[in-house]
Design a protein around this ligand. Sequence first.
Ligand code: NDP
Ligand code: MG
Length: 384
Amino acid sequence: MKQRLALLGSTGSIGQQTLDIVRQRPDEFEVTTLTAARSWERLVEQAKEFGPDNVVIADKSLYGVVSEALRNEPVKVYAGDEALSQVVTSGEVDTVVNALVGYAGMMPSLSAVRAGKRLALANKESLVVAGEHIMREAAERNVPILPIDSEHSAIFQCLLGEVSPVRRVIITASGGPFLRTPAEELANVTVEQALAHPNWSMGAKITIDSSTLVNKGFEVIEAKWLFGLKPEQIDVLVHPQSIVHSMVEFDDGAIKAQLGAPDMHLPIQFALRFPLRGECGESRFSFADHPTLTFERVDNERFPMLQTAYECLRKGGNSCCVMNGANEVAVASFLAGRIKYIDIAHVIQQTLCRATFVASPSVEDYALSNSESRRIAQEIVKEL
Ligand code: NDP
Ligand code: MG
């Protein structure tokens, strides 16, 4: 029996790399669902190649053009955000691969878990916003959540076979394009510079998040929920070569690490084929060719967002949801040329000061908090 995948965000960076794996292993996988926000041409092309049962175009105004382009194919076309949460519950789906970006991924993750679907999770924002709910509901139903994010895949791999408690995890960070940029120059960096990640080729939003270390902060939050850790058990170390994908330290002082070339195909394939490994792409790491792997502490002065994420995690409630909403607005505003690079941190910090704190949010509260934090962040952007 083939594993039937509902692939949310199939037109993005993780989505397309997931389809590479499906293409290489046609006897193992079939695709039931493909989705895009607005990239309808790529979605149509993918639907013609992979023959899914249904496609979703999140932007409703594009429903007509997608339906027309697929009128001769045996595929149902849906539109809108709600459709993303509905298609994942289908009886035809074994595994939901959530490769959406941003808050938009949260409800589909929850919906997948509630429907008892195995969740291969790239969309870290799901856990940043609603980690407590998603993990609890997954545990209640015994639903596996398999991390795609490379650091979390590394931690997951290091924990295999272990029964002893974890002392701490060490999440590695490349440091992004501005690792050596002096503070005074950060004010003037351009969108182009911020989009030039040294080691990974990714979607625009996560590339900016990597440069501000918001991404690393979100990964700390993601690690807390995935592995049941306390914030003080999660450390971050800059490792500019991006070869050690993360590490786990145990009580006896032993540290396990997972290494490999920076290529997302590996963690995606591991999540889909767990517990099996197998041929995966061409990238191989050679110690002899790259004998120097270095590690250093994060400069919290130049990259304050990592500590802000820890503060949100410690404060709990809806704080991480507010940080996420503010960040989405700030990054979009920076990409659109409306604010400066260093204003991203300002928008997030100010939104966190002004947003309503909710100590024990429900899923509905997250939706309200997401809207409120976006509205506040937009106001702050206008004030700048
Ligand atoms: P991309 O921006 O490349 O792709 C995002 C996908 O989601 C696209 O298919 C996009 O459609 C769709 N999408 C965007 N916004 C919405 C929306 N509001 N509603 C519905 N669909 C939407 O992102 P990435 O692939 O880079 O990242 C996906 C997730 O994986 C993120 O959470 C990221 O943090 C995480 N991740 C990514 C890594 C990477 O290497 N890229 C590494 C580790 C984690 P369209 O094409 O039409 O815009
Ligand atoms: Mg990562």
